[in-house]
Structure formats: C-alpha cells, structure tokens
Design a protein around this ligand. Structure first.
Ligand code: AMP
Ligand code: MG
Length: 431
C-alpha cells in the first residue's frame, strides 16, 4: 500500500494550518504519516531485550508445571481440618526438584520446601513456624483455624496457561517479559527488526568534535543527544555527521539516508527565513510540509517523506527538527518518539504523565504547548513537587542536563501559581 501524501493527510485533518499547528495536531498528523515496519526475526533472549514483539507468544506449557508449595512447611490433605487440633506423622521430605513419591494417608504429612511438587492427594501446606511438635520430632500438631484447605499451594498453570497468549504482539520486551519467555522454556522471541534511523546535523556554524574552535561556531551537540535518544529506543543509528550547507553535500546526504534508513532526523535549517539550502533540498527530494508548531521550545519543523527523487519505494520518513539543542530534544520526546514507536509496531501505552505541585509561579501563554525543564522529588509529606532547573532558553542544555523531567503546560492552559498541580513527562520510563 502506498503511504499517504502530505496533501492527503492535510485534507483529512480538520483545521490543518501549517503556520499554527497545535501539539495534538502534530501527533494526529504523524499518526497518519508513518506505518509500522513488517519485517521480523527470531532473536535469542539476550538479544531480544528492548525489541518489539512481532507476534503473540502462545504458552507451550503450564507455568508452574505442577501444583507446588508456596512455603517451607508440612503438606497434608486439608479435608482433615476441623475444630480439633490435627496431629500428623511426618513421613519424609519433599525438596524443590526432588518430589515425594510415596502415598500419604490420613494422619500423615510430608515436610515440604518452597517450590517442591505437592505429593499426590495433598492440597494444603501449613508453614513450619505455625506448627508445634512435642518430644517426638516426627509428630506435628496443627492448631484449629490456623490454615484452611488449599492454603499455601500454588496451582499448576496459575501463572501461565498452556495454549493461551502469554505475551502480545506489539509489546516491548522488558526485563519481566524476557524472564517470562524464559520461564516458558523459549530460547528465542519473534522481534520486529530494529528501525534504521539516519541522523545528521546541518549548519555552517556547526563544528564536529576534534575541529578547532573558531569565532561564531559551536560544537555539534544535537548529534549526541539524538544518538542517545535513538539508542534508548532501540533504534539502529546511522550517524551521518555534520553536513555542510552546500546543495551537493545535502543532496548526497538525503539520498544516502533515504536509501538506507526507515527515518531521517536532521537538525537545523528549517526556521523561517533560514538562508541555507536544507529546506530547498527537502522540497526537491521529497514530499515535505514545513510547519510552525504552537509550542515552546520548538516551533519550526519539517515533516514528510524523502523519496530521493527516484520514485522508487516509499522512501524514508523525515523529521526535520529545529537547530536549538533543547528544541531538538523536546520535539523528539513530544513527537518523534511516539512516531518511531508506531513505526516499530509498539502498542504499549506511553507511561502516564505525573502530577506534581509546582514550587514556583510559571508564566504560560495560552494557545501553545510549553515545556519547562524540571526536577521532581517526593516531599516529606509524600507529595510530588517540581521546580524548574534554571534558564529555560531553547539553546540552554545545562538546565536540560539537570532535569529529570519536562513540565508540560498544555495548549489551552494559562499561568501556573505556586502549589498548582502540573503535568510532568519523566525522562526515565517507569520500569
Ligand atoms: P537553526 O534552527 O538552524 O536556526 O539553529 C538554531 C540555533 O541552534 C543556532 O544557534 C544554531 O547554532 C544552533 N544549532 C543548530 N544545530 C546545532 C547542533 N547540531 N548543535 C548545537 N547547536 C546547534
Ligand atoms: Mg541554521
């Protein structure tokens, strides 16, 4: 299926205005622009961490495979429990990994360790610290109403049931899901192949590391934040370095990226009135929209698809981000990340925003989404508090480096008073 063109998507969205796009409209647009990759491979478990499941994983067995004890104690038939103390003779011991084989009659029990298979016909375990024994260590007494029939027994299949989906297509393989797959005895998992994302920085004032400083020039930091953000998402990063502002270099970079990547991320050169050739080359080689997003930091953004001008294939999705270092990170977190997750086939819901009390008054213009770098902590009374981390200029990375989250002030929200609850997007996932 041919992906939709920018014009088709624009026509489907109500009130689409490329000169004043709300953050919600950007997300709605991107949702229609990107499509999930379909290729997948079976990967050994240690390589599957962080990948997206390409298919449901059906449990080949019951977990646990047998009824077993949840405690160290004594296993017996719970039908004997009543109003009188129950005296039981201990026949022997069931160990985890070494089941008790013989029959156990009424008036008898088996000492059992956590995880050991429940002996045939027994359904109840009394924890060892609850029983009393007299001179004869092979006799125990269970007082009335200490336990009920069936207590402290884990049932076969109570964790996972044979034939049912244990994991779902679209889930990110977290440490817990990795362990769960292992508990089913599965050596591999079907994984969506990693997204290939090409990144380059543009701008003649941008220095690569190792180059000597010169007046008016700044070191390329966007390449490193983009690398970090993409790696954390599990993408294969195609690092294309700094591309200087000449048409031939830009054309070669865009064509190369479109040929080898699912998505291209650039920074710089998309502002209104930008003198360089980046925008012209995006227009020449692709189907691209140039936006002014109602947000801060951020604002200029180019989005579309680069087809390398050869009409072959669907090309690569383009995210042309602004140049300012914090604007790059904020537009990535707000828009690029959800779009890439959709391309990865991920169906996990994003972690919810936290609500924290702002320590300060925050000025906020209604009619745009504003993000402020913040530090969230848990106060002595247990409430979550947030303060900003200093200079909020869109080029100031130090306040970003000190932050553990972004305060999100939504489109129609106004000023925030001290103590007001605000939404915060935390940088680290919940797990
Ligand atoms: P632009 O969007 O190209 O107008 O760039 C906005 C600001 O971001 C300018 O001050 C640039 O010098 C700066 N900038 C652009 N690209 C980078 C980069 N890769 N690393 C650090 N700063 C950058
Ligand atoms: Mg520039």
């Amino acid at each position: 299926m041919q992906p939709k063109t920018i014009a088709q998507i624009a026509a489907e969205l109500q009130g689409y205005d490329p000169q004043a796009l709300s953050a919600d409209a950007v997300l709605a647009f991107l949702q229609k622009l990107v499509t999930p990759v379909t290729q997948s491979t079976d990967l050994p478990l240690f390589e599957a961490l962080g990948k997206v499941l390409a298919a449901d994983v059906v449990s080949p067995m019951d977990v646990p495979p047998h009824d077993n004890s949840a405690m160290d104690g004594y296993a017996f038939d719970g039908a004997q429990l009543g109003d009188a103390p129950l005296n039981l003779r201990v026949l022997g011991t069931a160990l985890a990994g070494k089941a008790w084989q013989g029959p156990v009659a009424a008036g008898e029990c088996v000492k059992i360790m956590t995880g050991a298979v429940m002996p045939a016909g027994l359904d109840t375990v009394v924890p060892q610290e609850m029983v009393t024994s007299g001179h004869d260590a092979s006799l125990i007494c269970v007082a009335p109403r200490l336990v009920q029939a069936g207590d402290n027994r884990r049932l076969r299949g109570e964790d996972l049931t044979r034939g049912l989906a244990a994991l779902r297509k679209g889930q990110i393989i977290t440490p817990a899901r990795l362990g769960l797959a292992a508990s089913l005895g599965l050596p591999t998992l079907p994984c969506v192949r990693p997204l290939r994302v090409a990144y380059f920085s543009t701008g003649d004032e941008i220095l690569s590391l190792g180059q000597a400083p010169r007046e008016g020039a700044v070191y390329d930091s966007n390449r490193y934040t983009a690398f970090g953000l993409l790696k954390r998402l599990g993408c294969e990063v195609i690092d294309m370095g700094v591309v200087s502002d000449d048409p031939a270099g830009l054309e070669a970079a865009f064509r190369g990226a479109a040929a080898g990547a699912d998505a291209i991320i650039t920074s710089g050169g998309v502002s209104v009135g930008e003198a360089d050739h980046t925008k012209a080359m995006m227009k020449k080689l692709g189907d691209v929209a140039f936006w002014r997003v109602a947000m801060r930091p951020g604002r200029p953004m180019a989005v579309g698809r680069i087809t390398a001008g050869d009409g072959q294939g669907a090309g690569a999705v383009l995210f042309g981000l602004p140049g300012n270092p914090v604007a790059v990170m904020v537009t990535f977190l707000a828009f690029v990340r959800p779009a890439l997750l959709q391309m990865m086939g991920c169906t996990d819901a994003p972690p919810p925003l936290l609500k924290a009390h702002s320590q300060e008054a925050l000025r906020k213009k209604a009619g745009r989404t504003e993000y402020q770098r913040g530090w969230v902590w848990s106060a002595a009374d247990g409430s979550l508090q947030v303060r900003t981390t200093g200079n909020q200029g869109s080029g100031v990375l130090s306040s970003m480096a000190q932050a553990n989250g972004l305060i999100v002030m939504h489109h129609s929200q106004g000023h925030v008073a001290p103590g007001d609850l605000v939404d915060v997007m935390m940088f680290d996932g919940v797990i």
